[in-house]
Structure formats: C-alpha cells, structure tokens
Design a protein around this ligand. Structure first.
Ligand code: C2O
Ligand code: CU
Ligand code: CU
Length: 503
C-alpha cells in the first residue's frame, strides 16, 4: 500500500511542479513552498515511517553546506564486482545492501545507503548470453528491493515494489542476459520509498558486453568508464537532505562533487547515466565532439557525433571522446548547460600521450526487425484528478490492479502523452516514460522527428508538456507482471506508475 501521507506531502501542483523545476535561478524558493506541503512533510517524519536513527537521515539544518573546491577530488571508478562462483555457465554474485558513509565534502562523513558499502555500488560486468545470479543480502534497517533497469528478466527477479527483501533476509535474482550488450543499472524499487532510497545511494551499474563488441575495437578496459550523474542537497555537515522541494541541487558524479579525472590523450568510451531524481542534464564538453555510440538498449546502427547531449533521469548515453588532439596539461570541463544554465559536472585533465589502437567503426550494430504493431494504446501522464498526486490514465498506482493486459509476443504502439502544463510557477512539468522487460523504439514526437540519438533501442524517454511520443515494443520472453512509469522517481513514488501483465 502506498503511504498516503507521503504522497500528499510531496503532491500538489506547486510541490509537484517543483519536483521538475530546477530552482537554481531563484533564491526565494523556500518561501514558495506551500506551508501545507512543508508541514505534511514534517508529519511524515514524525509518523515513524521515515528512516530511524543511525539510518541515513541527517538532521536537516538551515545552514549552507560546507565549502568545497571544484575539481579537487578525483573521480572514483566503481570497482568491478567479482563473482563468488562461475561454475556451470553462470556467474554468481553476492551483494549486500548496507549502511555506510561517504564523503561528499572531504573530512565530513555522510551516512548513505549502499550496495556493497560504496555510494555508487560496484559494477557488475556480464556477457550477453551468459547467466548471472545475484544474491542480494539486506543488511539495512528497512525493507528494500532491487530492479535491473533495462534487464530482460523473469518477473520474480524484476524487483516488484511490494515484493521486498526484509532486513536480515536475502534473495537470489536471476538475470539470464538473453539480450544485446548494453549499459544497464540496478537500483532500489521499494514502493513509495524508491526516490529516497536511490537518492541516498542504492544504485550501481550493470554492463552487458555483446558478442559483437570485441570485433568493433571500441575503447575498453581502463578506457571504458561508467559515469553516474546524480544530484543532491546538503546540510551544513555535508550530509544529504532528502526533501522533495524546489530547492537547488548540486550534481555529483560517481559520488563526488565536480571531480576531476586524469585521462590519456586518446579515445575513451564513457557510459553516462542520469541517475538524478528529476533533473534533466545537457552535456557540453566545451564544444568538443562527443560521438554517441549507444543509447539505453545498446549500440546504435552508426555513430552520431554530437556537441550537446541531453539525458533525462533513467536514460543512458554512451559516448566516445577523443582527447588525442588535446595538449598534455589541458583541462576540459564537462558542463550541464540544460535550460541555458551552466554548471560544471566534472573535468577531464589530459595528463599524458598514449598509443591508441581503438576506433569507432562507421557501422556499429544493426537494429532488430520491427514487426508490425497490432495493438495501439494511449498512455496519459498527468496530475491526478485531485492535483495532489501523479497518475497514468488518471489512475494512481495500485499494486493489486493490472492496468494493461498484453498477449505474449504481441507488438504494440503506445501513444504516451504528457497533458500537464508547460507554464507553472516552477516551469514546465516534464515527465519521462520507462517500460520494464523490453526495449522500445521511439517512432515520433507529435508526429515529427525524434530527438538526436533516439533512433536506437530505448527504455526511457522524455515526454514534454503537450507532447505525444509514440513508442513501439514487442512483448516477448516472459509472462507475468511488469511496471511502466515515469522515471522521475518522486513522480512514480506518488502514483505515476502502472502495471502490465503479459499473458
Ligand atoms: Cu529504473 Cu522501474 O525503473
Ligand atoms: Cu526499469
Ligand atoms: Cu513524471
């Protein structure tokens, strides 16, 4: 059951719109939060449902966060998790969910929720066609679950929001990897707690390498680097504040604020994930070309050179950046320039010359055939009738209700429309659309062309106010219940989520 109080606490046009509004431009944001919303939130804290002491719940202070120097911390690359067994064609992993601390501000340990003790969980590297099993051991003080975003997995391994792993319990999830190479990520999916759990750290990368990839000779090994872009607000002790509100957030990458990354003067493959709760980012590397090679579902048919790349929450974009023309000693800042603002994400410091036998071939991977669709459905993303929650087709999430029944193997077109306003005091109410189980193709936007990079396999897509995005998917492989939802997790937490049952 959804926590009603929490839904009301963050609901309403003002606060709801605020969830997608980046308040960097305004300093009096606090005053514009309706008091009912504020008191509702505090009521939530008092009702005992919020994390207990010792959990990652800082005392939200009023002071400014500690000062920090940009580009003073090195970008960590999450460690690659080692399997506990590789027998019988299956890689078996064990991954505890546990409380830990991280230092966003040097010398200021902040409590976080983690996979494996690190704020960005360890990376699981899988191979297409080779099965992985992960035993998740919940050592947290609360129930949680794990969803493999982009994974083609059986329903009982999909991390259903009510099907939780209780504290002290463990569960084995089955990831057959019968899908193409792609950048996936695992994250918590606990009903109405997902936004907070993910915000506080429950996320990591899961990379599937395709059988076709070695022959392409893309940059690999130390030159294949995942970048998880997230955002947070901090209290005066450097701890995280989780409070859905129109307050400015700061970006952090792989768990560090505006880190620097020493690079060789050669090509790198970066797998960029926007894991913020509700911030759209648009990357700009000072005009340097970023060659997009993959989207959510894997490699594009051909590389796409880009100067700016917009990434919405939940989306992945893989790029190859060639630093070989950069002088040793040069420093290149990667900025978020979405909506005309410029905020540093991180900096690449070119430290030495290097040999480079990698390349970006002109053809990467053919897209699978698209069978003709036999069913067309409408999916409306909007505030609920009360205006206090978010809904899909006017209904808020009910774990006991199946919203869409699909015959296994059917190809369908879904017309996904955002009917929310473009002109609230907090800016446009953006939504995204994410589907579990299978990737889709983006057919068009309001009947016109799709955005750059959207012609490959996708599982998460931006839907702007007034926009109808048509997507097409073939629902094959497994029967059972799966979710579709907005991937602004504060929206899905308060109702913008629905269920399909493949029968
Ligand atoms: Cu990354 Cu159901 O989501
Ligand atoms: Cu997902
Ligand atoms: Cu939304």
């Amino acid at each position: 059951m959804l926590n009603r109080r929490r839904m009301l606490a963050v609901g309403g046009l003002a606060a709801g719109g605020a969830l997608v509004w980046r308040a960097r431009e305004t300093t009096s944001a606090e005053a514009s939060v309706p008091s009912s919303s504020v008191s509702g939130h505090h009521a939530h804290h008092a009702d005992g449902a919020s994390p207990s002491a010792g959990a990652a719940e800082p005392t939200a202070g009023t002071g400014a966060p500690p000062p920090f120097r940009p580009f003073s911390q090195r970008l960590p690359v999450p460690r690659v998790l080692r399997p506990v067994s590789t027998m019988g064609g299956t890689d078996v992993y064990e991954l505890p969910l546990r409380h830990a601390e991280t230092e966003f501000f040097p010398g200021r340990p902040a409590p976080v929720l983690t996979f494996g003790g690190e704020f960005i969980g360890p990376t699981i590297r899988a191979k297409a066609g080779r099965r992985v099993k992960v035993r998740y051991v919940n050592r947290l003080d609360r129930a949680a679950t794990v969803h493999l975003h982009g994974g083609h997995v059986p329903p009982d391994s999909d991390g259903f929001p009510m099907d939780l792993i209780e504290p002290g319990q463990s569960r084995v999830f089955d990831y057959p990897n019968r899908q193409q190479g792609a950048t996936l990520w695992y994250h918590d999916h606990t009903c109405s707690r997902e936004a907070e759990h993910v915000y506080r750290g429950l996320a990591g990368f899961y990379l599937i390498e395709g059988e076709d990839e070695a022959a392409l000779r893309l940059p690999r090994g130390a030159y294949d680097v995942p970048l998880m872009i997230r955002d947070a607000r901090f209290d005066e002790n450097g701890g995280m504040i989780f409070e859905p509100s129109p307050m400015p957030t700061t970006l952090h990458t792989n768990g560090r604020l505006q880190p620097y990354f020493p690079v060789d003067a050669r090509k790198y493959r970066f797998r960029v994930l926007n894991a913020t709760l509700h911030r759209i980012v648009e990357l700009d590397l000072g005009g340097l070309e970023m060659v997009q090679i993959a989207s959510d579902g894997g490699l594009l048919p051909e590389p796409l050179p880009r100067k700016k790349i917009m990434i919405v929450p939940g989306e992945r974009v893989e790029i190859v950046v060639d630093f070989s023309a950069q002088a040793v000693g040069s420093k290149l800042v990667l900025n978020d320039v979405y909506d005309g603002v410029s905020e540093p994400v991180m900096r690449f410091d070119v430290v030495r010359r290097a040999r480079d036998s990698s390349r970006v071939p002109g053809r990467l991977r053919e897209l699978p055939e698209m069978p003709a669709a036999t069913v067309v459905r409408d999916v409306k993303l909007s505030f609920s009738a009360s205006g206090e929650e978010f809904a899909i087709n006017d209904r808020t999430f009910d774990p006991d209700r199946v919203d869409t029944r699909i015959v296994e193997g059917t190809t369908e077109i879904w017309r996904v429309t955002n009917t929310d306003p473009a002109d609230t005091p907090f800016g446009p109410v953006q939504h995204t659309f994410h589907m579990h189980l299978v990737p889709f193709r983006v057919l068009d936007r309001n009947g016109g062309p799709v955005l750059p990079g959207e012609n490959g396999l996708k599982d998460t897509v931006l839907v702007r106010p007034g926009e109808t995005v048509r997507v097409q998917a073939t629902f094959s492989g497994y029967k059972g219940r799966y979710l579709y939802h907005c991937h602004l997790q504060e929206h899905s937490d308060i109702g913008m989520m629905a269920q399909m049952e493949i029968v």
